[in-house]
Design a protein around this ligand. Structure first.
Ligand code: PLP
Length: 458
């Protein structure tokens, strides 16, 4: 009997949550059951997921930012079929296939000032590469990073993670120092100590959707250069048009990072792929002679399916004007949300760039809502935002996420191809949810109490 994927999957239909409980991280199915997110999706298309009954779910999460071009994009799918049909001599390891050269050339065309590319498989691996290259190029060991920074969860990336809940219990980590995001004075003080290899920064942070202030990146780049240190921009989440420019550091003119990391959207939603882009000088330090050819490498670097997905994705982003669309639709969505903030004072801030938007909640003024707010805050900061995320999902079938632990912020990172219909859909849904929340009673608050019980128990 031969292998038949369809038959294998038919035999476990409907058993995904049980299998995960038994064999994978059991906390995932547990959490999804607890918040009522335990759906079984059958397929995805564009900005929507569909369950077996054909219900559509608006995907404002995009697989943590993977689906820039939307799900099941025909051009990307065709490129992958073509690549499979071509049946390349993959991973020979001792050859130079043109497909990775072509993708490197296309990526570098988007990042003037950078000269070379190292391909790998995940965001964290791109960040690990960046940390190693920066340390080698400067001969220094310490890296400066921002409060709330998130650069991945392998040991090196964890060393530059700005949230204690991720780091706790995994030390000792690499030497690093946390500074407030956008604080030039703090950066200067660290650089004066003479042992800083680099500063790594997300120009728009994934956790909390906080942004570097205007002019910071250019000033920081100059300061770093003066002190012989490097600027690493982590564009794993914010790159490929997400913020309305191709890379989010390009919101500031003339910022020239020494290293840029990318991943997520480059995959087209199909094949994991990531890359570290760097200057000739940084690259040349690591790969300085033939006997160092493999000093930094990975078995799966530059796989042909990943390269095909990357090439097709870049082409779709250009052909469909997704960078411009993210800027336009993002501005429309932020403006609609600011309108809601005028009605509901529980919205403390609406911020972001392009289609990377954070909605921060704060203490409401009405007496009834204030009591509920205080109750949730006492149990755990972030539960109100969680309550909104759950209500958006259960009542309106919209998928969003709380943006980082202990934060009253929800983050919107939908596919970059959404339009006015999705802006209206989301705004009307949030209006409905906040109308209910402002009453300080009802189903939503009952659920809030359930969340509190769970938070207390865990
Ligand atoms: N850097 C940033 C800015 C990210 O948002 C992430 C993931 O969310 C990473 C790095 C890590 O990427 P990965 O999950 O592919 O390892």
């Amino acid at each position: 009997m031969g292998f038949d994927l369809g038959a294998e999957l038919a035999a476990v239909r409907g058993q995904g949550y049980d299998l995960h409980s038994r064999y994978l991280n059991p906390q995932l199915p547990r959490t999804l059951h607890a918040i009522g997110f335990d759906k079984i999706y059958e397929r995805g298309e564009g900005a929507y997921l569909y369950d077996a009954e054909g219900n559509a779910y608006a995907d404002f999460l995009a697989g943590f930012g993977v689906f820039a071009a939307g799900r099941s994009h025909p051009v990307i799918r065709k490129a992958l079929h073509d690549a499979l049909e071509a049946d390349f001599a993959s991973w020979t390891q001792f050859d130079c296939p043109p497909i990775s050269g072509l993708l490197a050339q296309r990526l570098l065309a988007k990042a003037p000032g950078l000269d070379r590319v190292f391909f790998c498989n995940s965001g964290t691996e791109a960040v690990e590469s960046a940390l190693k290259f920066a340390r080698h190029a400067t001969g220094r060991g310490r890296v400066v990073y921002a409060v709330h920074a998130f650069h991945g969860l392998t040991a090196g990336s964890l060393s530059v993670n700005g949230a204690e809940e991720f780091r706790k219990g995994f030390g000792p980590l690499l030497p690093g120092t946390q500074i407030p995001l956008g604080d030039l004075g703090a950066l200067d003080a660290e650089l004066r100590k003479g042992d800083v290899a680099a500063m790594i920064v997300e120009p728009v942070q994934g956790h909390g959707v906080l942004m570097t202030p205007p002019g910071f990146l250019a000033a920081a780049a100059a300061l770093l250069r003066k002190n012989g240190a490097l600027l690493i921009c982590d564009e794993v989440q914010s790159g490929f048009g997400r913020t309305g420019t191709f890379f989010s550091y390009q919101h500031e003119e003339d910022v020239r990072p020494d290293i840029v990391t990318v991943a997520k959207a480059l995959s087209g939603g199909y094949v994991p792929v990531a890359a570290m882009l760097a200057t000739e000088k940084v690259f040349g330090s690591v790969y300085s002679s033939m006997d160092r050819v493999m000093v930094h490498s990975a078995t799966f670097k530059g796989g042909p399916l990943a390269m095909a997905a990357g090439l097709a994705t870049l082409s779709v982003i250009d052909d469909e004007g997704l960078v411009e669309n993210a800027a336009r639709v993002g501005a429309a969505l932020r403006s609609a949300l600011e309108g809601l903030a005028g009605t509901y004072d529980v919205i403390a801030d609406v911020r972001g760039r392009g289609l990377m938007i954070g909605i921060e909640f704060g203490r409401p003024s009405s007496v009834r809502a204030r009591a509920g707010w205080a109750m949730l805050q006492k149990a755990r900061v972030g539960l109100f935002a969680q309550m909104v995320v759950v209500a958006l999902f259960q009542r309106h079938r919209i998928l969003t996420q709380v943006s980082g632990d202990h934060m009253e912020v929800i983050k919107l990172i939908p596919p970059l191809m959404i339009g006015d219909a999705e802006v209206a859909l989301f705004t009307e849904a949030l209006d409905d949810v906040l109308k209910d929340a402002s009453k300080g009673s009802g189903l939503m608050w009952d659920f809030g109490r359930t969340l509190i019980k769970q938070a207390v128990r865990s």
